[in-house]
Design a protein around this ligand. Structure first.
Ligand code: MG
Length: 160
């Protein structure tokens, strides 16, 4: 059985006046949201880069250029589903994905089960194949000052 691993990393500024959507899940009570050309969902973006990396398909910028107006305000969970379709086309299925979300706001734990469900749905997987961890910057760096959300993801694929 051939296994392939990929990693993804993304960071978006947290600003007022933007809906807060992470991992395809809304946090309507959060006063800040990730800025970006799309909906700014850094969780979906990091997972896209992880699965594209594992399949050797480049990166999110190559597949969904951020200067292309077609992707303005795009639903990033939909982008993940599109990226996953390309990965599946290469003959892979997901073994598991693990995601670390670093931010002061929103609190991730309250919605991590919903996030697992959304991400697994886009990846043709089951929620237990996706793990979500939230952590904070402890007052240090841009995450600790609440300026951004940073996401790290790894994904393991196997030949279907
Ligand atoms: Mg991004």
């Amino acid at each position: 059985m051939k296994l392939r691993i990929g990693q993804g990393w993304d960071r978006h500024r947290l600003v007022t006046g933007r809906p807060c959507i992470l991992g395809g899940v809304g946090f309507p009570d959060c006063p800040v949201g990730p800025s970006g050309h799309s909906d700014g969902d850094a969780v979906c973006h990091a997972v896209i880069d992880a699965v594209l990396g594992a399949a050797g398909l480049g990166d999110i910028g190559g597949m969904f250029p951020d200067d292309d107006p077609i992707w303005a305000g795009a639903d990033s969970l939909g982008l993940l589903a599109k990226a996953w379709a390309a990965v599946r086309q290469e003959g892979y299925k997901l073994v598991n994905a693990d995601v670390v979300i670093i931010c002061e706001r929103p609190l991730i734990g309250s919605r991590s089960a919903a996030m697992k469900q959304k991400l697994a749905g886009a990846l043709g997987a089951i929620p237990t194949d996706v793990n979500i961890k939230g952590t904070r910057g402890e007052g240090m760096g841009p995450e600790g000052r609440g300026e951004c959300v940073t996401v790290q993801a790894v994904a393991l694929l196997e030949e279907a």
